[in-house]
Structure formats: C-alpha cells, structure tokens
Design a protein around this ligand. Structure first.
Ligand code: AMP
Ligand code: GLY
Length: 423
C-alpha cells in the first residue's frame, strides 16, 4: 500500500509516524515533509497550491490513499479532484471544507442546526463594523472571514483595539481572507478541542485535548497557531463531553442533510461556558499541535481508520486509546508569531528522545545536505511525552526540552499545568 501525506508540520510528522506503525506496512510519501518525516517517508516536492498537480503525481505513482494535513488544499478542492481520479482521500471536498474556510459559512450552518456559538454578525465594510462594535462594547472579538493560519482573530478587551483590528482587516492585512469580517460576543471559559473521525454518517470522537493559543505563559501575548497541548482534559466531565460529541454529530448530520458528503476530521474548537460548551470555530482537518498528543495514544491501526473514512465504512471501526496522559511542548523560533529567522542549527534532538516516553515531532525543520538539522519555520519542534500521569508527562516533556537548543528558541513553561490545577 502506498500513502501520500500532504503537509510538512508537526501534525504531518505525527500522522506519518502513526501510519508507519501500521501492520499494513505502507510505503509512505510526504509532501513537502520536513527534517523529521524524512526518516519514515519519502519527501516529494509538489506545489500544495496546485491540487491538480498533486493528483497527477498520485496517479503516476499508484497512490492508494491521500491524507491531507492542512486546510488549504482541501478548501480548493483536492478531495474533489482525487475522487474524479478514483483515489481515496482522507479529508473533505471543497463544500465541506468551507466549515473552516469561511467563518460566515460555519456561523450560518451552526444557526441552521441549533449549534450553540457566540452571537455575532458579518460585515463587508468598515463603517458598519465600527458602529456595531460601538453598540456592543468591549470585550469583543474580531475575525477575518477566511483562512489566516490561526492568526486572523483579535480578542479585543477595549473598543479601540477592536476598531484597529477591523481597520487592519479591511486595509488588507489578511488579503482576501479579510474582505469580510465577523464580529462576535466575547465568551469566557476554558477552551478544549474535540476532534472526530467521520465518514459523513458515523462520528467517532478522539480524546479531547487542550491547546495553548497565546505565545507566552499564563495565556499572555499574541495568538499563535498553538504553543502546546495536553490530554486528558480534567475540566471536560462526562456530561460536557457527551454534549460536545452531540454537537459534532449534529454538525455532520446537518451537512449531510444539506447534501455535503463530509469525510475526514471534523475538529470542534469549543469554549466551555457557564451555559455549556459552545463552538468557537470548526476545522476541517487534524489540529496542530493536538495531533501530536492524540495520535500517539491511538491504539487502533490508523491505516484502517483512514481508509474506512475515505471508503465510507467507518461503522466497521472501534477506536481504542491508551490511558496515558500526554503533553506536547512547541519549541518556536525567536520572534514567532511575527518575523523570525530560519536556517538556525538545532542540537540535542537525539538526546531528548532518550527520555522515556518522549517523541520529538518536527515541524519547521530541514535536513541540510551535510546532515545538519536547521530551523525552517515559526513552530520548529513538538516535544511530546507520554506517561501514566499528567505530572510525570510534564516532567518528561520538560526534561526532554532542556536537551534541545537553537539560537532564539522560545517555548511556554506552563503546558499541562491547568490539568494539575496549578494555572
Ligand atoms: P478561532 O480561530 O476562531 O478559534 O479563534 C482563535 C482564538 O481566539 C480562540 O482559540 C480563542 O482563544 C479566541 N476566541 C475566538 N473567538 C472567541 C470568542 N467569541 N470569545 C472569546 N475568545 C474567542
Ligand atoms: N491547534 C489549532 C489548530 O489546529 O487550528
């Protein structure tokens, strides 16, 4: 069996690693891949903005399954083109991927199907948006409608910040993604991601995970793609989890009723309010860094799960999970999420992986021809540790982090503390 994984982040390294554990012993390809996937999958240089080219390559190389990590290729129809070519794809078609690609689409879908979310409105011009902000008052949240790599959201604690954010969107800071702006009420509560495998009929939830979006400790600093994650999440009790699962089921059923055949991961970004869980956003793919704690705990063969999703027979699968706790700490380039340098040499990864239970997933890394590992992105490495308890998983993760260094390296020291009631 030959599988192509699309993407080159920590998420894709974790996907490749889980596929490599399969009893089917697949031959793996990863495009573009990174310095970590290189050990398990053949790196292929394809233009991710050109889905037709990816499909051609997959046809010419007798690929049996394409697994798409990032949202970009899904939003422009990679799965649709693969379907025409008769190649199974893990990831929804363009219609379903709008659930991530357009916040307005997602909001309207939620409204039609009774999914609890923040109240808000969409605006195509700055003046009306500013009037709305002044009426609603702060705190208030401003979001670019389209894809912005997790950075198109400003949680404004005062009206002036909200006005500035609206101005930035309409001034083109997020390109076309900011031509429509969603403004919504601020919701307070802990956040939690719940991802589910779905073939459009059956919905199988994964273990809940808590990401840390802000750049610095104590949830300070700007929003990022995600700086660290842990599971299990004690704040999610059984009743809350049941409600979150029900919300994902209702979302999938709603899309199915509207003629959308959704196959892949449905990722719910939840906020746990005093009135119950509400959806902040959906993603049409595995989370990054959530995947770096979720897939290491999955005992079921990932090849079987992904093929069952692509071939619409997920009802045949039962997921089995390890009971371990998992913590993953993101090591980022100095300056991230703003400007940062690349090509900076990295040391200590092999030593870090000697710590029991630790795997280092590569994100923005590259192996130079002479074998030197260098930085190649904002989020550089994910240090994941598994252990029977959260306290031990944290200890192992940070012991491994202390082995690694590169000039400018920054990371949060508080990943997992909330689970221990210490943050
Ligand atoms: P999103 O990309 O929509 O998940 O937003 C990124 C982050 O902004 C979320 O993880 C939250 O931390 C925060 N956020 C988004 N919407 C809201 C909201 N309505 N209330 C409070 N925080 C929010
Ligand atoms: N961890 C946030 C995301 O994947 O969008």
């Amino acid at each position: 069996m030959r599988i192509l994984v699309v993407g080159g982040g920590g998420r894709e390294h974790a996907i490749v690693e889980a596929l490599a554990r399969s009893v089917h012993n697949p031959t793996l390809y990863c495009t573009p891949g990174n310095g970590g996937t290189a050990a398990l999958a053949v790196g292929v240089k394809l233009d991710l903005d050109d889905p037709a080219y990816i499909v051609d390559w997959a046809e010419n190389n007798s690929i049996d399954l394409v697994v798409c990590g990032p949202e970009g290729p899904l939003v422009v129809g990679l799965a649709n083109l693969l379907e025409v070519a008769g190649i199974p794809c893990f990831g929804p078609g363009a219609a379903g991927a709008q659930i991530e690609g357009s916040k307005v689409f997602a909001k309207d879908l939620m409204e039609r199907h009774g999914v609890p979310t923040a109240k808000g409105d969409a605006f195509e011009g700055e003046d009306a948006a500013v009037v709305y902000i002044e009426q609603m008052g702060a705190p208030i949240v401003v979001k670019a409608d389209g894809l912005a790599g997790g950075k198109g959201v400003v949680v404004a604690m005062d009206v002036e910040t909200a006005r500035t954010a609206v101005h930035a969107c309409f001034a083109g800071d997020f390109g076309e993604s900011g031509e429509v702006v969603v403004i919504e009420e601020y919701l307070a509560g802990p956040e939690c991601s719940l991802l589910a495998f779905t073939d459009g009929e059956t919905v199988l939830p994964m273990v809940p995970a808590q990401d840390h979006k802000r750049a610095r400790d104590n949830d300070e600093g700007p929003n990022t793609g995600g700086m660290g994650v842990y599971t299990p999440v004690p704040v999610v009790d059984d009743a809350t989890l049941a409600e979150m699962v029900s919300i994902l089921e209702r979302t999938v059923a709603g899309m199915r009723d509207e003629g959308i055949d959704y196959r892949g991961v449905l990722y719910g970004g939840f906020i746990l309010t005093a009135d119950g869980p509400k959806v902040l956003e959906y993603n049409a793919r595995f989370g990054d860094p959530e995947t770096q704690v979720i897939l290491p705990l999955l005992k079921t063969d990932l090849v079987d799960v992904l093929l069952a999703v692509a071939e619409k027979r997920l009802s045949e699968i039962t997921l089995e999970w390890s009971d371990d706790a998992a913590v993953s700490v993101v090591l980022a380039s100095g300056g991230y999420p703003a400007d940062y340098k690349t090509g900076v040499p990295i040391s200590g990864v092999a030593e870090a992986e000697k710590v029991p239970g630790v795997t280092v997933y590569h994100a923005g890394t590259k192996l130079e021809d002479d074998g030197t590992l260098v930085t190649d992105g904002g989020r550089v490495l994910n240090v994941t540790a598994l252990a029977p308890t959260m306290a031990e998983a944290r200890e192992r993760a940070y012991e491994a982090v202390s082995c690694i260094s590169f000039a400018g390296m920054q990371y949060r020291t508080d990943i997992g503390l909330k689970a221990l009631g210490k943050a």
